[in-house]
Design a protein. Sequence first.
Length: 154
Amino acid sequence: MSDADMMQLYSKRILALAADIPHLGRIADPQGSAKKRSPHCGSTVTAHVRIEDGHVAAFGQEVRACALGQASAAVLGTHVMGATRAEIARGEAQLLAMLKETGPVPDAPWDGLEVLIPARDYPNRHASILLSWQAVLAAIDAAETQPESRAAGN
């Protein structure tokens, strides 16, 4: 990878997002937690959630990833509160299509992911970019299997 390619890949906007990831850390009494790891680069993301009425009511994330993975976690963290599992899954699917199939930028509120378009050409970075999405979806799944979550209609 040339220096110019590296500079484009790690643009100022990506670095700004990576420096300001919302909802870092654990939350008190999560209903569900999940940790995902990229075997390619060793990046990890752990997500913690509480769900109310089918929507994310509390969210925390522990992100140990490259700037691209951190930028993706930042966009997710900015808009995850109040989102449903289906909305997050749709954003993840659109992000995957954007990266691997030259698909369009994900719909709002995930449209901030356009900053990651240069990563299309670097498939070894895709796993890190997707980690936060996979972790939050797995955390929601874990929350939905909790007896008190089902009893509350979540």
